[in-house]
Design a protein around this ligand. Structure first.
Ligand code: ADP
Length: 604
């Protein structure tokens, strides 16, 4: 099974790139903004938390300071022996009026029974009976002395008051006095209400609740836990801490009166709600931007890649050989230029294709004509030699009509030469159909001897002597004897022409080496210069005068040797004339058994 390799189209790449960049930008902007806002918000929340705590702490401290002062004033009046009861009442009344939350005083000296002083109206509205006041009296001696303490007291009626104990000791005297002020917590609670969204509580010295607000007012465990995160308490400060139920920002401060502590707290998630809200909004805005940008990216990339797709479609057509294509040019950008160049290229290819077809037709035509010329000229040339022989022997036979045996011999030659003519024509007809001549096992030496036998007479008429030096035990080769004979006759006639009227010698040798049979034809003519040698096997190449030579003999010979998978070459003969060397392979489809035998023979 073949797997098609997946490739990303440009459109997808553009889209992914745009989206990745956008997401990066939007992400960086969102996180930076959220971060800045968070930092800002953190500072703000901390500052605000300190402000709220300090506001409460300071308010409480002011009010409590007032209560301590009022308690001191009232107890001073109460214990002043030099003021009569009526005057005391007159003095006490405005103090109670100034502090309506101050319900009563219960005083104890170290050597008298407790006495109490109260604001009747305020007591009534608070649901407190004068008889019950003594429950607030300090009972143990250590509560008597120079100190201020505060406690929360639940009333049987269900109400709730706080008590402020102020102790006095007088230098140089044994008198010690403690006055417990019973106070309605209303005003203090109001101050605590200012905490708003914060939880807030006022704790006593043992971290017990003195004033609390909220539905879970009684549960002040959170305040004790928060206090563990503060090192030292004084004026209000703030800490951020993690607890089991979340993260909190807590503020705390010490009240200078009666060892009291204000603790406030807000959950971080509530405090940072707006920051989170902003972050959420930013993420939504970012997502919207990314979605819009993706849609934009799809549209833009479609517009970008559509012309490329059209181009690629057109290129595919060109690749299939259809040059009659052009693409629409809708833009002046790089793609537009590319399309224009493509159209020009397609047009150019179209023109070239047409002229190439024309040239091809012309070439085929001229090759056909050349082939026809080669065939007809070759035919004429090759048939001419055996016909000359036929003619020669016919003339001789005529002359020797009185000698029947000689006539018969000549007629035999005429018959065989005529057959050869026929065969040559047959071969040439085969050749014109591009077919091989018939191959069979032949002896090269026989071919040489037969060729010489045919041309010998004509050569001797022109003063040319032929010598042969044939190697013994040449193995048979696979070939066409007539064609090879034709080649040899051709070489001999050419040599005779080259040697001219004075004649000369043609020597033919056959040589055998391990792979091939060599036929070497030397003459004693003028030889062949390099320029002629370079073109000698080309069709129609001739140095002969018009009408004397067609220049086809050697090219036909070349073709025949090629068909035998051999080689023909020209060089200088040792005597200065021309040398033609034909090399024919011995193993071309031939029975190599004969060769083996010969080698064995030679070896023995
Ligand atoms: P043609 O004989 O019709 O000219 P060939 O192809 O047989 O055609 O020969 C081509 C040319 O090669 C001849 O015209 C001649 O110049 C040269 N040539 C061939 N054989 C010889 C040779 N033995 N000595 C010198 N020149 C030769």
């Amino acid at each position: 099974m073949t797997m098609k390799k997946f490739s990303f189209p440009i459109r997808l790449k553009v889209l992914v790139t745009v989206m990745a960049m956008l997401m990066l930008v939007v992400g960086v902007i969102t996180s930076t903004m959220a971060n800045l806002f968070h930092q800002d918000k953190t500072t703000y929340v901390r500052d605000y938390s300190v402000g709220v705590t300090e506001d409460i702490r300071f308010g409480m401290q002011t009010i409590l300071g007032g209560y301590v002062s009022a308690t001191r004033v009232l107890s001073g009046i109460l214990f002043a022996d030099y003021i009569d009861s009526a005057s005391k009442n007159t003095l006490i009344e405005p103090v109670f009026a100034a502090y309506p939350e101050l319900l009563a005083l219960v005083a104890l000296t170290n050597h008298a029974e407790p006495v109490s002083l109260y604001n009747a109206n305020a007591m009534q509205s608070a649901g407190l009976e004068p008889e019950t006041l003594l429950q607030f009296a300090p009972r143990t001696s250590h509560q008597v002395g120079d100190m201020i303490s505060m406690q929360s007291a639940d009333l049987k009626s269900g109400g709730h008051v706080i008590t402020l104990s102020v102790g006095y000791s007088f230098p140089g005297r044994e008198d010690k006095r403690t006055v417990v002020a019973v106070i309605s917590p209303v005003l203090l609670e109001q101050v605590l209400q200012r905490a708003g969204a914060f939880d807030a509580v006022m704790l006593g010295p043992d971290e017990e609740a003195i004033v609390t607000i909220g539905p879970d007012g009684a549960d002040i465990q959170w305040a004790r836990q928060a206090l563990t995160h503060f090192d030292r308490l004084g004026r209000s400060s703030v800490v951020e801490y993690d607890s089991d139920d979340g993260q909190y920002i807590a503020g705390a401060g010490k009240i200078a009166v009666a060892d009291l502590t204000i603790v406030t707290r807000i959950s971080a998630s509530a405090a940072y709600l707006t920051a989170r809200q902003l972050l959420n909004d930013l993420v939504i805005v970012g997502l919207v931007i990314v979605i819009l940008a993706s849609l934009g990216g799809v549209v833009v990339s479609r517009r970008l890649t559509r012309p490329l797709e059209r181009l690629s479609e057109a290129v595919r057509k060109v690749a299939k050989g259809n040059f009659d294509v052009s693409v629409d040019i809708n833009s002046k950008d790089e793609i537009g230029q590319l399309s224009r160049s493509f159209n020009e290229m397609a047009e150019e290819l179209n023109v070239r294709e047409r002229s190439l077809k024309k040239a091809q037709l012309a070439l085929v035509q001229s090759e056909k004509m050349a082939a026809l010329g080669t065939l007809s000229a070759g035919l004429a040339h090759e048939v001419k030699n055996p016909l000359s022989a036929v003619l020669g022997y016919a003339q001789l036979a005529k002359r020797k009509l009185s000698q029947p045996d000689a006539v018969k011999a000549h007629l035999d030659i005429i018959e065989s030469e005529t057959r050869r003519c026929n065969e040559i024509i047959g071969n040439l007809m085969q050749f014109s159909r591009q077919e091989k001549g018939e191959f069979s096992e032949i002896s090269i030496n026989d071919v040489v001897e037969k060729s010489v036998g045919i041309v010998d007479h004509q050569l001797s008429l022109n003063n040319v002597r032929v010598t042969t030096d044939l190697a013994e035990s040449i193995p048979p080769i696979l070939g066409n004897a007539n064609q090879l004979q034709q080649v040899l006759m051709n070489l001999a006639i050419n040599a005779q022409h080259a040697m001219g009227e004075d004649g000369g010698t043609i020597s033919i040798q056959t040589v055998i080496d391990s792979e091939s049979v060599l036929i070497i034809v030397d003459d004693t003519g003028p030889g062949i210069d390099d320029e002629v040698a370079a073109n000698i096997f080309e069709p129609f190449f001739t140095t002969k005068a018009a009408g004397e030579g067609t220049g086809l003999g050697l090219s036909v010979s070349y073709g025949i040797i090629q068909e035998h998978e051999g080689e023909i070459s020209v060089s200088k003969a040792p005597g200065g004339g021309a040398r033609f060397e034909i090399r024919l392979p011995v193993n071309v489809g031939c029975d190599t058994g004969a060769m083996d035998e010969i080698i064995l023979e030679t070896a023995s």
